[in-house]
Design a protein around this ligand. Sequence first.
Ligand code: 3HC
Ligand code: NAI
Length: 694
Amino acid sequence: MAVDYTTHDGVAVITLNNPPVNGLGLSTRAGIVDGLERAQNDPAVKAIVLTGAGKAFSGGADITEFNTPKATQEPTLGTVIRAVENSPKPVVAAIHSVAMGGGLELALGAHYRIAAPGAQIALPEVKLGILPGAGGTQRLPRAIGLEAALNMIVSGAPVPSEQLADSGLFDEVVEGDLAEAALAFARKVGAKTGAHPKVRDRKIEHPNAAGFIQFARNTVAGIAKQFPAPHKCIDAVEAGVKNGFDKGLALERECFLALVQTPESRALRHAFFGERAASKIADVPADTPVRELKQVGVIGAGTMGGGIAMNFLNAGIPVTLLETKQEALDRGVATIRKNYEATVKKGKLKPEALEQRMALLKPTLSYDDLKDADLIVEAVFEELGVKEQVFRRLDEVAKPGAILASNTSTLDVDKIAAFTRRPQDVVGMHFFSPANVMKLLEVVRGKETAKDVLATVMKLAKKIKKTAVVSGVCDGFIGNRMIEQYVRQALFMLEEGALPAQVDRAIEKFGFAMGPFRMSDLAGNDIGWAIRKRRYIEHPEMHYSKIADRLCEMGRFGQKTGGGWYDYKAGDRTAYPSKVVDEMIDAFSKEANTERRKISDEEIVERLVFALVNEGAKILEEGIASKASDIDMVYLTGYGFPLHRGGPMLYADTVGLYNVERAIRRYAARPNGDAWKLAPSIAKLAAEGRGFNG
Ligand code: 3HC
Ligand code: NAI
């Protein structure tokens, strides 16, 4: 049963009971209507309480029903809310923990609302690419005023119930037993005669509604370029202000039905479920016991070690930071402090919080100080010999059961594990730079990594607010292995006729935060050079354009040397197209006897994105990633892939794998086509008329 019905001395209590968050799926909606009817038919019942069991009042409409027949099957949420609002007996919504989306809309249909403090109140639909579709854009402005409501609707951000105590949304915010308070409140209003208040009958008062709505429009235009939903939220609110409740409601419905079909909404819902799916590992049950993590060690206080340490300090976990030399240690600690100071300057951290965090940091040169650590993350130089030294030493000093993690980005985690006598305790924790900022964490599962180690690291990731995705062991793991194919294509296109600025512009227009050449100049072109040099030895059969090597031979490593694919001025990160580089590219094509041709923006986007898709498909075939949405989460959170496209694999589904296959076959038949080896799964899924996501 998705809804429970009980009576308590003249009060009927309708309890949503649809774990985990009382989503308003079809059976829950039907249960509420049945409960209301039972209450109307029972003369002993004078008032009705609507409440939620478990960890939420309600998390809103059941998102899994979207675009299925159940979503529009009666009773729809609109019907349910009308039944609540039109109930002759007063309905009191009793809200705890979470009232979001359709959950809040349901509560707004009630005649009275009481809440426990600390409940998260939100209309987060916009984060799913839609707008509140059951009256939220009409009732919330009438409950809490135009400005506060529009802010909540357009941002989707939750507001704690106590902050809304005097807003007109709640009749009471009660400490203590909510159920008891709700019954008492219901008895009080049940004894009243006459009609009970409806939010829809309230007026929206604002001295300059049109001016504020225009202001909201201007703000949204700047921040929501790729997404239609925030604009539609404003349209619907405006319609209600100008033309009244019913017309506003009709426009809201129309916009909802249109938005739910858009690729942007599909992408955002994919990301919502993708993030949650990534935290689940098929053969590691949810109830796997986790190891306790009270104390963390970080080895290496360089670019990554410092950022990694900050993640733990931010979460209140003490960190021991180890270096080989005092000087490097001091530098690392000073950088951490400097980063916090910058945050304080921006007003995002209190000075006392800075000191609290720094007090949790213990710098050391001695491995003895790591003997109590429950987790030790290594971030030393990227050389197997150095890793060997560190892990052999850790094996001697770390306590039994301590988790030993490596932040390596290219080395074999199984080899690193084999340096210890406890490979089951070794795992890869691949953070991205800057590690205190970037959301992505690739958790690299070695051959022998224990299940409870994985479960512990996934739980920790949530605590330090990372999106953790599990990757098997392979060169580059999920993200870097794919990006290599993307960069390879970018370089071939320079040889064939494009220039860096054109490639960057085309892919940035597609939505990437930064094109491959601006990105490479930022990261340092020498990093890719070092990887290619290794590839030339390890994989002589693999064909690379040597054009980037030529750039490095010119000493143009990127921003740090004042020039790379672009020119840079001192103190200015703007990328200016470079005449020297353009000449070098031209000369390179001539030497290779390549006739330069005009390459269209469409070709640039296809070759870059399909290179990701093709490698992503191979990664799935090999079981390095366990699901397509994991790959998408890696790209959305770590590589600046446009959110409104949902990641490379969902984008491929949107284009259709039939079309992806044809394009790859076409590029494979052209110059530099040997870089394209079609992943068999693309052909197979295309033939079956399926996509990566079903
Ligand atoms: N529909 C379906 N499933 C939902 C859901 C929803 N509205 N909200 C959460 N879930 C599921 C999650 O997918 C997850 O499932 P899993 O255990 O199988 O992975 C489970 O509930 C628990 O979710 P979380 O891990 O996110 O749990 P938290 O306790 O961290 O957070 C929450 C709870 C704050 C409710 C959070 O889940 C959330 O923000 N949910 C989305 C809320 C939302 O967007 N509501 C609007 C829906 S659209 C709508 O209402 C349209 C209406 O206007 C017509
Ligand atoms: P870095 O050179 O900035 O820092 C390495 C630090 O380790 C230096 O401070 C050095 O003094 C210290 N160190 C070296 N040997 C040590 C030892 N035996 N014991 C203790 N400390 C020692 O390097 P960076 O960039 O921080 O990289 C560290 C690791 O993180 C590498 O494995 C790298 O592949 C990986 N990584 C780097 C990323 C990046 O963008 N820089 C991204 C993801 C992973």
